[in-house]
Design a protein. Sequence first.
Length: 136
Amino acid sequence: MGTETKVIAANEIEPKAKRRKFTASYKARIVAEADACKEDGQVGALLRREGLYSSHLCTWRAQARAGSLKALGSKRGPKNKRTEAQRRADELELENARLRAKLQHAEDIIEIQKKLSRILGVQLNPNETQAGSGNE
């Protein structure tokens, strides 16, 4: 992962910097190379060649000492610990809420129709009114 020099013309916009991502195997290789350095300045030369900071090496060494190769490849951010059953329950709760809202809307429309029929003096069919309100 060497550094590359980019030549930007005066009228061009430099692309936005992106966070670098290092694979677990790359981290392990760099830690092993740094540990193999015996002479003064070799670790610094390694870091310059790879375009790394000493904090990278310190962090990766600590993770390696912890004995966790998974830690060397760990990703940042929250871990998704929800099970499939929990995801399904959430989906069903959302659907239930949506259907309840739809039912309430339908009941509101029926109530308005009843009031309007009373105002206008129109007799509604009692069977249709009961079927629509769910009071069978």
